[in-house]
Ligand binder design. Structure first.
Ligand SMILES: NC(=O)c1ccc[n+]([C@@H]2O[C@H](COP(=O)([O-])OP(=O)(O)OC[C@H]3O[C@@H](n4cnc5c(N)ncnc54)[C@H](O)[C@@H]3O)[C@@H](O)[C@H]2O)c1
Length: 253
């Protein structure tokens, strides 16, 4: 129970990696608030976890809109108290032609995949600074270091997440607030399944062939790393980007 007594706020927790993080953190003793835009799915997932005896609360939260994050944060604090752990997980894929992408599409995409990290940090940091304790984990991606053709501009946003992680680590360290990133490789969630549906069989095979473990990750395998980084067991890990990709990045092209 290495998160016992901690209130953790997770974004994008209704499905996929976020849902696994919510469950693992709650099973590790945390009170968990999670926010998402899929309200029906979020409410029913929270009810399932509560029926298993876990302390979980769902709030509507569109991470791309500051006012929505502020409202979700207020509801979380009045339900479970000050937030001591934050996981910025919500994200969407983008694969667009840079010439065809509109300015509005760019703004919305970067609001969800990058600006959201600042939105949530802005809400939780004041209390964390007073408490002199906090742990923030930002879900980036292997695409921050290596990417595909036709994946514009996902790699840009995820590289930005790692940059923000480094700065928060430096700026908030004096308050005993640690900030780290986790960069998953291929993980079996709806975002990946939808992407696989959009490509052909040859491309799908090209994705599997170089995997050193000859499989993709299960969301729980990412969640375990996030729980560790949230916990005091990781008390000297700060400003890191932990790659959890089954060794894919070790391969020379
Ligand atoms: N699945 C992978 O292979 C993989 C690999 C590397 C990184 N990631 C990253 O992991 C994170 C989770 O991915 P996933 O695979 O679980 O995706 P997913 O699509 O299965 O789940 C994402 C969740 O975020 C929510 N969400 C989307 N827009 C939102 C918004 N504006 N506000 C609040 N919630 C919103 C969705 O409703 C969904 O519940 C993302 O940041 C993604 O970029 C995923």
């Amino acid at each position: 129970m290495n998160l016992a007594g901690m209130h953790v706020f997770v974004t994008g927790g209704s499905q996929g990696i976020g849902a696994a993080i919510v469950k693992d953190a709650a099973q590790s003793g945390a009170k968990v608030t999670f926010g998402d835009i899929q309200d029906a799915q979020g409410e029913s997932y929270a009810a399932i976890l509560r029926s298993e005896g876990l302390e979980v609360y769902y709030v509507h939260c569109d991470v791309g809109i500051l006012e929505s994050v502020e409202k979700a944060h207020e509801m979380a604090v009045s339900h479970f108290g000050i937030v001591q752990g934050l996981v910025n997980n919500a994200g969407v894929n983008s694969s667009v032609d840079p010439v065809k992408m509109t300015s509005e599409e760019w703004d919305r995409f970067f609001a969800i995949d990058l600006k959201s990290v600042w939105h949530t940090a802005r809400c939780v940091l004041p209390a964390m600074r007073v408490e002199k304790k906090g742990s923030i984990v930002n879900i980036a991606s292997i695409h921050a270091r290596m990417t595909f053709p036709k994946f514009f501009p996902y790699a840009g946003a995820k590289s930005g997440v790692i940059g923000l992680t480094r700065n928060l680590a430096l700026d908030e360290g004096e308050f005993n607030i640690r900030t780290n990133a986790v960069s998953p490789g291929y993980t079996l969630t709806p975002i990946l399944e939808n992407w696989f549906k959009s490509i052909d069989q040859k491309q799908r095979q090209l994705s599997m062939d170089p995997q050193p473990l000859k499989r993709f990750a299960h969301p729980s395998e990412i969640a375990k790393v996030v729980t560790f980084l949230l916990s005091d067991d990781a008390s000297f890990v700060n400003g890191a980007d932990w790659i959890v990709d089954g060794g894919l990045h070790a391969r020379y092209a």
